[in-house]
Design a binder for this molecule. Structure first.
Ligand code: GCO
Length: 461
């Protein structure tokens, strides 16, 4: 089977169309893959605590072992290579290198990331560090976590430490991963760690995240010569359910929260209070000079797009006054998690971000899909995932050809992993993991990428 051939009328998708310098990588996150939560002096994170509480994670899964990446990183990096990728994104577990979040550093934890980085370089894989991918040290949550303004100092010290330890070998840095999910799921709905609920948490948490986002950028700039610095934002193209003005306003509010909230302060535009006046409450948490400190001239913005959303006005949902109209009820293609497959939405959101003045490069720092994979005869024939990637890549190529500054694409994810509140059943990998044996099997989507990316080697080089 030629996995690179696309059925139907679509012309062949070729990696050469993206240009020689386009970056191709896979993305991961520490808590989702590392395991080894008690090894070599690592301190607990909020995800260790949260996942041990009954009923928080499907099947009561936790990530004590996860993909055992802590021990298997070398062979997993070989898979990155085998699939034809040149870049690898991982995150640093804050409590692995600072078990109490601040103060005494844990050399053994630092050594793990040194081994990982050195191995990447030895294998000619370019490492990308994410500083914060949701696993706050529990010790800091005990002091108020993201609600406490002191986190700006804690995060600054942690960032400084990472730049001093790893900055001599790592050029690509992502400050935060999806701050909106931290504020929304972690501190407002409580569906993610630390499981805090209440709309009044939202505003201070947003502000402290936004402050850390910019401050982190400045610290990296000051400590890492030549750094390529970004932050990774979730984004979803938002459509109103009907042309009714109420639905249109509801879509604007959703857009303010989902797409504008963390980019506009960076660009000096402040929080998007025009579309969602509730956000003016953030003023209460701002000190003189904060508006300026929210700004930073990032080299790139990491966009993570998985689906589009449709919303309608609702009197039953206070504060946002809207409801999502689930994709399942709209008769549109969906993934196993019920997310709408909408490659046009990827194009639209790229356009929306490209239209801002002041954004330099865009990296798709995550994109991927969860399907119910069937593992038989040492194979996973995940045709739906191959289709998903082909469609999304076509949209990205179109955006690039239309002049948008898209410079790279990182697949979510290398292997199946611990999908937060969904546990292990939601599989996003190009590589299947048997979580009982840690056996890896490259899925057909992985083979497709390896064929697709290898054309580059044959044609360009
Ligand atoms: C996120 C995270 C990833 C998820 C992925 C699939 O952005 O939500 O960065 O950790 O696993 O997005 O849900």
């Amino acid at each position: 089977m030629n996995l690179n051939t696309i059925s139907g009328d679509n012309p062949q998708l070729s990696v050469t169309d993206f240009g020689e310098n386009f970056i191709w990588g896979t993305a991961t996150a520490a808590y989702q893959i590392e395991g080894a939560v008690n090894d070599d002096g690592r301190g607990p994170s909020i995800w260790d605590t949260f996942s041990k509480k009954p009923g928080k994670i499907k099947n009561n899964d936790h990530a004590d072992v996860a993909c055992d990446f802590y021990n298997l990183y070398e062979s997993d990096l070989e898979l990155v290579k085998k699939l034809g990728f040149t870049d690898f994104r991982f995150s640093v577990s804050w409590s692995r290198i600072l078990p109490d979040g601040t103060g005494q550093k844990n050399q053994k934890g630092i050594d793990f990331y040194n081994r990982l980085i050195d191995k990447c370089l030895e294998m000619k894989i370019t490492p990308w560090i994410t500083l914060y991918h949701w696993d706050l040290p529990q010790a800091l949550e005990n002091r108020g976590g993201w609600k406490n303004r002191d986190i700006i100092n804690w995060f600054s010290d942690y960032t400084k430490l990472c730049t001093l330890e790893f900055g001599d070998r790592v050029r690509n840095w992502i400050v935060l991963n999806e701050p909106m999910a931290v504020a929304g799921l972690g501190y407002t709905t409580g569906l993610h760690a630390p499981g805090k609920k209440g709309i009044w948490n939202f505003l201070p948490v947003v502000h402290h995240l936004a402050m850390c986002q910019a401050e982190g950028g400045r610290i990296i700039r000051n400590h890492v010569p030549d750094a390529y610095i970004g932050t990774a934002l979730s984004c979803s193209f938002v459509k109103p359910f009907t042309r009714n003005p109420k639905d249109i306003l509801a879509a604007k509010r959703a857009d303010a929260v989902m797409n504008r909230l963390f980019i506009e302060p960076v660009l000096g535009l402040g929080y998007p209070t025009d579309a969602f006046p509730f956000l003016s409450g953030i003023q209460k948490y701002m000190l003189p000079g904060d508006d300026k400190k929210l700004e930073f001239d990032f080299d790139f913005i990491g966009l993570q797009n998985y689906f589009s959303v449709v919303v309608r006005h609702s009197y039953l949902a206070p504060v946002l006054w809207l409801k999502e109209v689930p994709a399942r009820k709209r008769n549109v293609p969906i993934t196993a998690m019920g997310w709408e497959i909408d490659p046009d939405g990827m194009y639209e959101i790229l356009k929306q971000f490209s239209d801002y003045e002041g954004i330099r490069d865009i990296i798709i720092s995550e994109n991927g899909a969860c399907f119910t994979d069937v593992h038989t005869d040492e194979q996973v024939n995940d045709v739906e995932r191959i289709n998903f990637f082909q469609q999304y890549l076509r949209s990205i190529l179109k955006a690039k050809n239309d002049g948008m500054q898209v410079k790279g694409y990182l697949v979510w994810s290398l292997t199946d992993n611990f999908e937060w509140a969904e546990g292990y059943n939601a599989r996003f990998g190009l590589v299947h993991v048997d979580f009982k044996t840690q056996k890896r099997t490259i899925k057909n989507s992985g083979k497709w990428f390896s064929d697709f990316l290898r054309i580059e080697k044959d044609v360009i080089k």
